[in-house]
Design a protein around this ligand. Structure first.
Ligand code: AMP
Length: 221
């Protein structure tokens, strides 16, 4: 199964993609995670990307293309993937098609996680991320059992530097500017399914699994 998750920052793409990838036994590919890894390792890509990320702007398409091409050259991709945070504009959607065409693959499903602005601000302003395994928690909605410590691996939790109110607003504006054309792009290809992601993570996950299940059996759609 090859799935793209669309939705604004704070829609829960990362949380859902991680669980969904485990459920479906496919890889979770997050361009945001790959970039943060490059930033923390101080690679050339990380150095170039850091400023854009801290300002809530998109990292230039060409840098992302190179990073993603490398990621897609790994063998695990063949079993399927959940793509989270990519594509973010039409140019990236076309690049993805080229990369996948080279691998003789297509996308099965694009899920748009529609989320209201008040929910987004509330989620992002309390988000905590594990520095080791990348798991997401939330100060109020999903607190870790031990303060600032990951339940899964014991890693230290941190608040993302771009989860500040000012940067959140910029990221939302960037998303708003690009998302309509991206959604239309996948609508035209009859791949797009929109679900509300305002509810708790478990409720949203159930809706996605139901959708995937029905999609496997076209008579149920
Ligand atoms: P995310 O973890 O998806 O919220 O991404 C965090 C930041 O990484 C974004 O605000 C961008 O600066 C950068 N980023 C992630 N994915 C992309 C992408 N596909 N294209 C450009 N920049 C990206």
């Amino acid at each position: 199964m090859r799935i793209i998750l669309l939705g604004p920052p704070g829609a829960g793409k990362g949380t859902q993609a991680k669980i969904l990838a485990k459920e479906l036994n496919v890889s979770h590919i997050s361009t945001g995670d790959l970039l943060r890894q490059n930033v923390s390792e101080g690679t050339d890509l990380g150095k170039e990307a850091k400023d854009f990320m801290n300002k809530g702007l998109l990292v230039p398409d060409e840098l992302i293309r190179q990073m993603l091409t490398k990621r897609f050259s790994r063998p695990d991709v063949k079993a399927g993937f959940i793509l989270d945070g990519y594509p973010r504009n039409i140019n990236q959607a076309q690049t993805l098609e080229d990369i996948l065409a080279g691998l003789k693959m297509g996308i099965d499903l694009v899920i748009d996680l529609a989320t209201s602005e008040s929910v987004i601000i509330q989620r992002l302003s309390g988000r905590l991320v594990c520095s080791q395994c990348g798991a997401n928690f939330h100060i109020r909605n999903m607190p870790p059992k031990k303060e600032m410590t990951c339940d899964n691996c014991g890693g230290k939790l941190y608040q993302r530097s771009d989860d500040k109110e000012e940067t959140i607003k910029k990221r939302l504006a960037v998303y708003a500017a690009e998302s309509a054309s991206l959604i239309k792009y996948y609508q035209d290809k009859e791949k797009l399914y929109t679900i509300s992601a305002n509810e708790d993570a478990q409720v949203v996950l159930k809706k996605m699994l139901d959708l995937i299940d029905k999609r496997d059996d076209p008579l149920k759609v």
